[in-house]
Design a binder for this molecule. Sequence first.
Ligand code: PEP
Ligand code: MG
Length: 326
Amino acid sequence: YRKELEELKDFEAITLDGHKVELVGNIGETNDIDGVIKNGGVGIGLFRTEFLYMNSDTMPGEEKQLAAYRSALEAFPNGPVIIRTLDIGGDKKLPYLSMDDEANPFLGLRAIRLCFKEVELFKIQLRAILRASVYGNAYIMFPMISSITEVRQAKAILSECMKELDEVNIPYDKKIKIGVMIEIPSAAIAADIIAKEVDFFSIGTNDLCQYTLAVDRMNQDVAYLYDPFNPAILRLVRLVTNVSNNQTNCFTGMCGEMAGDPMAAILLLGLGLDEFSMSAFSIPKIKKIIRSVRYEDAKAIAQTALNLETGEEVTNYILAEMKKLE
Ligand code: PEP
Ligand code: MG
């Protein structure tokens, strides 16, 4: 079976009836790039840049960040490299940045919210990404977006960075693609509004589940409620793909754990996901499943799943459908 998966490395992620999706990798540091290539990922769907910050005793400067982003971009001359701006706060802290204790850190000064407070820190990162963008196909992704207002605010700061680079004649990709994580329910519900400002969405099911179901993603006592197959989550995914599928200039990816779950692959395919981003080792398994189904069938399966009542019913139904494929 493993050999069979290895042989898939250079094949496309395409269904029996010719519908193509993109399988890409999640990375936390440049050491992870190799695994994505070896497993046949065509790019990076989520570069979690917070590790650059956390694995350092001091704030990583523009040059250090540029080098990291550049190596990811050069590793994938053809594929996308989606660089997510700093997602710190929640449970993640930085030793060199003082942050007040919060009663509800996951509802507090996290990710883009912290970047709006620490604008200089944010601008250093944006300049590093912009400068790196000449080495490949860089995409910028903003985390923890709850409304279009934040997208506009982030883009305004990005424009300032572009102007600063223009003034000193430093080149960058002027058409760099800009997207947002969909990990707060309000962003999924208002995806049609947010679409006006972005080139892509990437659904972060880890947080989307946490915030939609009001379940702390780390708390074992309530872990039984944490279910990405809950029909409420599937319906949010559908809201987002409905928006991007009906537009030619926008795509939807997923970079939460669900994207690498073999049980979810057919469902997500049928819900209209364009790009699946996951840990490198999951890529061959997901590719094998996608190559074994018809898109038309996956759509019908997803439609049925959307109308089931519980996550358990959904998973049982999918299991039964997958058995038929064997
Ligand atoms: C997510 O929330 O699904 C996600 C991919 O981001 P992280 O796990 O880094 O919060
Ligand atoms: Mg998240």
